[in-house]
Ligand binder design. Structure first.
Ligand code: NDP
Length: 252
């Protein structure tokens, strides 16, 4: 087991990619915390994880919530050795669209969730993290490729790559590694947040045509890469990005 008894926090671990990551980490022996705003899905996910993880509720765009989450984790487990900053994606109530359609509040909401919250999640976790810990920021292949109506999200995710480099340097004395794991198109509830239920299958087929691997990714694909970045197997990798996108960015 690569992560035996490693105390881990996965933000947004109650859904989609975050849950896939928590499951993969747990299968390698990790314990710890998953977070999310929705109590019901948190409880369901904790149950699916065989109670190796506890679920802490909170909004990652609120600093008080972040502080409470990390303090509670520390009180419960006494340390934090792996942090996966995954919560993000669709900002509830904000419009994602072309530059002619988006208002300032939509811009702020997307940036708050997909960039600012990552920075402050790391900052608020640091006092509780062990030296030598691994931090994985979840980026997106959207950082590298334009998609209709996604300029703000893409820009936020591109900035996450710079953030990882800068924070890695900030934390070099503590030997805390910070890397970005950028998924391509992954089968999660995000599809039904973006298009109507009737359109989901059609949109997935369109995406498959763009993916050289010939399939949409699964949360477990991202989980496996997260295990690598969380473990000592990646001890020489810092301030870097791994793309897990079925080849979509580089060879399609
Ligand atoms: P989901 O919508 O399934 O999951 C999003 C997760 O983030 C949920 O657990 C949600 O929990 C949590 N979350 C969202 N907003 C907040 C908030 N304000 N405070 C706390 N938690 C929040 O999406 P995915 O699993 O698809 O996405 C996960 C990550 O992967 C995101 O960062 C996304 O940008 C990235 N990604 C996804 C891709 C995909 O194709 N699916 C592709 C590339 C990147 P709750 O609602 O309970 O708060």
């Amino acid at each position: 087991m690569k992560l035996k008894d490693k105390v881990t926090v996965v933000t947004g671990g109650n859904s989609g990619i975050g849950f896939g990551i928590a499951e993969a980490l747990k299968n390698e022996g990790a314990v710890g915390v998953i977070t999310g705003r929705n109590r019901e899905t948190l409880d369901q996910s904790v149950k699916h994880l065989g109670n190796s993880f506890i679920g802490l509720q909170g909004d990652v765009t609120k600093l008080d919530d972040l502080e409470r989450i990390f303090k509670t984790t520390f009180d419960h487990f006494g340390k934090i050795e792996v942090l996966v900053v995954n919560a993000g994606g669709v900002a509830d109530g904000a419009k994602m669209g072309a530059i002619t359609e988006v208002e300032e509040k939509d811009y702020d909401h997307y940036m708050d969730l997909n960039l600012k919250s990552l920075y402050f999640t790391v900052q608020r976790a640091l006092p509780f993290m062990k030296d030598g810990a691994s931090i994985v920021l979840i980026g997106s292949s959207a950082a590298h490729r334009a998609a209709p109506g996604m300029a703000i999200y893409s820009a936020a995710k591109a900035a996450v790559i710079s953030l990882a480099k800068g924070i890695s340097l900030d934390l070099i004395a503590r030997k805390i590694r910070v890397n970005v794991l950028s998924p391509g198109t992954i089968d999660t509830p995000v599809f039904s947040k973006l298009v109507s239920q009737e359109e989901v299958d059609h949109v997935k087929r369109l995406w498959v045509n763009l993916i050289p691997a010939g399939r949409i990714g699964q949360p477990s694909d991202i989980g496996k890469a997260a295990v690598f970045l969380a473990s000592d197997d990646s001890s020489f990798i810092l301030g870097s990005e791994i793309l897990a996108d079925g080849g979509m960015t580089n060879i399609s």
